[in-house]
Write a protein that binds this ligand. Structure first.
Ligand code: MAN
Length: 559
């Protein structure tokens, strides 16, 4: 019942007589309890009042609301009617919406609840005092709960102490590693300085050796390209001669023009191998014309006819002893088309059915050609251009100088890389006493129903699906983000893989004291924002009890 403005400082009204009776009953309950186990220290007080406030509830005087909002007769206390604005006149009932109920919970820890929990059918206080008039049948379990809680507290204290001791060795190891890294950096810097000097020397030597080599080789290069140009001219001339010969051969009546008729008389052009050369087949080679002059033949006809013409000739003439490698044009010539019997005559690219010998890439002949080519190459490699003795010496010397420079250069690059990575490590914040440094280089895993999460401190956080491949980068080591005074209790790994239609992923690592370094849980409270729980001795401090015990021992020793 909530007071709507009971303005009185006098005796309780008739309606309040029953409330006053209830107050007495409430009080008597305490008295009965106190009477059963009378202890000198026990202070009688109305139900729901903590010991610290007992003195404000004096039954011999009117009660003053604790917020000073009014004074009421003492009989109004716990009369199930809310008189004070702060609810302090109803500590033991649910009458005031803003009131509080205190349970002593003898044998365990006391508890303060919102008044609404009084007699709501739920046992909140282990001493059952919040359900004194409900059907919840609560029983006093404070002794057992208290014992369990004390045992748990002892265990926690022990763990904390153990963690604290482990922290000391993490600090030691961390500092050791730091020193090692520092001296390694120093060593590497020296080595790099020396390597830089060597590299500069070798570079000079290389330049000195390459200068005369370049000059000497220039002669060879000029000669080489001249030879190549001559060869090209030769090949062209030979091809033209062959073309002219072919023209004469194909031009049956020798009138200097190749006609459809003449073409159709040559089985060579029966590309679909149906036994006769169709008009279509003949026209294809004549560039869709009825006839072709020698001039056109040389520029366009011959490149088209050359492959089939040569193939045909090879079939009927014994191979010459000096077999030539196919010319460049030959290799680039398009393969002859094969016309389907039922072809409609249109020149669709799909109509071309390449004969096996001209199939791209995988034909047997091609393979053989490749092999031949390989062999020719090998031969060429073996028969590398021979230089005169003087030039060869210069080339050898330059090669040697280049090798030495490359080696010196490689060494500088390796040292630079190593140094940079060590310096990066050295720049990281491993905690005020280097206690977190030993975690670097290790990774810790936690697996839930769907994923395995991996935390590699000071490096990265990863998510891997249990079934399937690949992993998702949740973040790179970022910074310490704990609150002021406890900065080293949280780590942030940021800039992970972008979330579909969302931010880049990140992992917020909460560190708590534990006797081992362990990833204990991972959740994703917001999409692509992960929370990792990590336990570590690195964050363990001594418990207050341990500290105060130490203090006592200390003062005893001093005494
Ligand atoms: C993946 C995982 C999830 C994440 C979704 C977002 O499935 O990384 O953790 O929530 O992507 O699309």
């Amino acid at each position: 019942m909530t007071g709507g403005g009971r303005l009185t400082l006098s005796f309780p009204s008739l309606t309040n007589i029953s409330s006053a009776m209830k107050v007495l009953a409430a009080f008597s309950l305490v008295c009965v309890a106190a009477g059963a186990v009378v202890r000198a220290a026990e202070v009688l007080r109305p139900r729901g009042v903590p010991l610290s406030k007992a003195s404000f509830y004096d039954p011999t005087r009117d009660f003053s609301c604790l917020d000073g909002s009014g004074t009421v007769p003492f009989s109004y206390v716990n009369d199930d009617y809310c008189d004070c604005q702060d609810g302090s006149d109803e500590p033991g009932t649910a009458a005031c919406p803003n009131g509080f109920f205190h349970c002593t919970n003898a044998g365990h820890s006391s508890l303060t609840l919102p008044s609404s929990r009084v007699n709501d059918g739920v046992c909140d206080c282990c001493d059952a005092s919040d359900e004194y008039a409900s059907s919840a049948n609560c029983v006093d379990t404070c002794r057992e709960m208290g014992r369990a809680a004390r045992e748990e507290a002892v265990k926690r204290r022990e763990e904390r102490l153990q963690g604290y001791q482990l922290r000391q060795s993490m600090i030691e190891d961390g500092n050791k590693r730091k020193k090692e890294a520092e001296s390694k950096i120093e060593e590497l810097r020296k080595e790099k300085e020396e390597a830089d000097t060597v590299r500069t020397e070798k570079e000079e030597l290389k330049k000195t050796a390459e200068e005369p080599e370049k000059e000497a080789l220039e002669k060879y290069r000029v000669a080489e390209s001249e030879k190549k140009a001559q060869e090209e001219v030769l090949v062209k001339e030979r091809d033209e001669a062959e073309a002219k010969e072919a023209f004469v051969h194909l031009d049956n009546n020798g009138d200097g023009v190749l006609t459809m008729e003449e073409m159709m008389s040559r089985q060579t052009f029966d590309t679909n191998r149906d036994g006769q050369v169709s008009e279509e087949e003949a026209k294809f080679y004549l560039q869709q014309e009825e006839s072709m002059t020698l001039e056109n033949f040389l520029s366009t006809g011959w490149p088209m006819m050359r492959p089939v013409y040569r193939m045909d000739r090879r079939m009927f003439t014994p191979p010459s002893t000096t077999t030539e490698a196919p010319s460049l044009e030959e290799e680039l010539s398009p393969p002859p088309p094969v016309f389907d019997e039922e072809d409609d005559g249109s020149e669709d690219a799909e109509d071309y059915d390449l004969p096996d010998d001209y199939q791209e890439g995988d034909s047997k002949e091609d393979d053989e050609d490749d092999e031949d080519e390989g062999e020719t190459q090998k031969e060429e490699e073996e028969e590398e251009p021979k230089y005169d003795e003087e030039t060869q010496k210069l080339v050898d010397a330059a090669n040697e100088a280049r090798e030495q420079f490359d080696e010196a250069d490689r060494r500088v690059r390796d040292l630079t890389r190593e140094l940079r990575s060590l310096e990066e490590t050295q720049g990281k914040d491993y905690g005020p006493e280097e206690e977190f440094r030993v975690l670097e280089g290790n990774c810790y895993e936690f697996t839930d129903r769907e994923y395995t999460y991996r935390l590699c401190p000071f490096d990265k956080a990863i998510q891997k699906p249990k079934s399937g491949h690949g992993e998702t980068r949740l973040g790179q080591w970022g910074e310490w983000t704990g609150p002021e005074g406890n900065k080293y209790s949280r780590m942030l790994y940021s800039n992970g893989q972008a979330c579909w239609n969302g931010p880049t992923r990140s992992a917020d690592v909460h560190i708590s004291c534990g006797t081992e370094n362990k990833l204990t849980a991972v959740s994703e409270p917001n999409r692509c924002e992960y929370v990792f729980l990590f336990s570590s001795p690195a964050i363990c401090t001594k418990s207050e009890e341990d500290l105060s015990e130490e203090g006592t021992q200390h003062s005893h020793t001093e005494l």
